[in-house]
Ligand binder design. Structure first.
Ligand code: COA
Length: 396
């Protein structure tokens, strides 16, 4: 109800001339609680810890679905029939090949750059190697969404191998996105269970309503810029440490702690120094993030399979401490960090992997924005001075 009131207030403000108090409060608070779009793609109930995609609870999808099926769901608003799913998988398989010019572009980058910068630049350039990149009709935009969803994992695996001085591994069109990614990254087929865990990780990260990067994508799409432009902007938003970058920082923290016995002391010191504990807290969830429920299990399982549960155990100690002392819960990044690390994925690929999944949600929102577009143009509350007189430069 409060959301609706704030939304209504913000709406009224936008059409008015002045700088209203409610808008100022929203801006100061990072737009918390402000409803800025209507969407049927995903919904977050922060009080009860419920996440749904197009009406389906995330737990249902994590249990029974596949990433490709979720991609169809996000773009079409319903689960696919068998032949529709097969059709989408075939189209994704046909789109796996990245233009040679893009692979050469990645080869030309310095080896030490952040993979998110590489991915963002490569995706921006991808639009130059396709016919009619600016066509935003539903049919063309779905094709672009399919192409980007197929090529994100290929780009991430390729950039990793290129920076290590290895040749990229060619994707296999018959493999799922999750299996293909692990295969291309390592040059050998992953175990079935590991590929399934990764597949569920992709499902869990696919959409999260109007998070910062999705909102960015919608703002850009709202200007009727093309899908490549909207997704490039979303990638930029995702790269920040308060958004997609948090999972990498979680693992850095776990490595710094290194020992279960040191976990509580580390967190107590960090809090005393007013530092934030990465992977903890959420702008919307005030209880357990439902995605963390699955990732906690995966962190434990992957640890047990590899014979080393240290990272899981340190994470548990931090989680317990933060809940006990601050009443705060882990978010999606907290246990995905140790899960990916124990799968042998380099730390700075965690955020690109987030993007490999979230491209499905971004493009779902972009399609939705195009279908019922209105330029997104809020107001700012002006808090600066007025009526100043110009002073010549030599008199300042
Ligand atoms: N560790 C310690 N304290 C935290 C915290 C964390 N991870 N997250 C929030 N807090 C504290 C803040 O310091 C603040 O305390 P104060 O009122 O005494 O100043 C209070 O909780 C509210 O914090 P705020 O940043 O306003 O909460 P928010 O709901 O707006 O922010 C996040 C949500 C996600 C930005 C925030 O929890 C955070 O920075 N978490 C770590 C980064 C992260 O994991 N990001 C991924 C999100 S999926």
């Amino acid at each position: 109800m409060d959301n609706v009131k704030e939304a209504a207030a913000a709406k009224g403000n936008a059409s008015g001339g002045g700088a209203p108090a409610a808008a100022g409060a929203a801006a100061a608070g990072g737009l918390r609680g402000v409803v800025a779009a209507s969407s049927s793609i995903g919904d977050v109930n922060g009080e009860q810890g419920i996440l749904i995609y197009q009406g389906y609870d995330i737990h249902e999808l994590a249990e029974h679905s596949t990433f490709e099926e979720v991609v169809f769901l996000l773009w079409n608003g319903r689960l696919p029939k068998r032949e529709e799913l097969e059709g989408l998988k075939r189209e994704i398989g046909e789109c796996y090949d990245v233009p040679k010019e893009i692979v050469d572009l990645i080869r030309s980058f310095p080896k030490e750059v952040d993979p998110m910068d590489t991915l963002r630049t490569a995706v921006s350039a991808l639009g130059m190697y396709t016919e009619s990149p600016h066509d935003i009709s539903r049919e063309a935009a779905v094709k672009t969404a399919t192409r980007l969803t197929a090529q994100f994992p290929v780009l991430v695996a390729a950039l990793e191998r290129i920076r290590k001085g290895q040749e990229p591994v060619a994707p296999k069109p018959e493999l799922s996105i999750a299996t293909n990614f692990l295969y291309m990254l390592r040059g050998e087929m992953p175990q079935e269970r590991e590929a399934r865990i990764f597949d569920v990780c992709l499902i869990l990260h696919a959409d999260h309503e109007l998070n910062a990067s999705t909102f960015t994508a919608r703002v850009v799409a709202g200007t009727l810029a093309d899908v490549y432009a909207s997704v490039t902007a979303a990638l930029a938003a995702l790269s920040g440490p308060l958004h997609g970058g948090a999972n990498t920082n979680v693992m850095k923290m776990l490595l710094e702690i290194g020992d279960v016995a040191k976990a509580e002391g580390f967190v107590a010191n960090a809090l005393a120094e007013k530092k934030k504990i990465m992977g903890i807290g959420h702008a919307v969830y005030k209880t357990e993030d439902p995605r963390a429920t699955h990732l906690r299990r995966f962190s434990q399982e992957v640890g047990e399979r590899g014979g080393d549960t240290r990272w899981y155990e340190i994470s548990r100690k931090i989680e317990e401490y933060m809940l006990r002392e601050k009443g705060m819960y882990p978010n999606v990044d907290f246990f995905s960090a140790s899960t990916y690390y124990m799968m042998g994925i380099p730390l700075d690929l965690f955020t690109p992997i987030f993007a490999v999944s979230r491209i499905s949600g971004w493009t779902g929102h972009i399609l939705e924005q195009y279908a019922n577009n209105k330029l997104i143009r809020p107001r700012a509350e002006y808090v600066g001075p007025r009526g100043l007189k110009y002073t010549p430069i030599e008199q300042r």
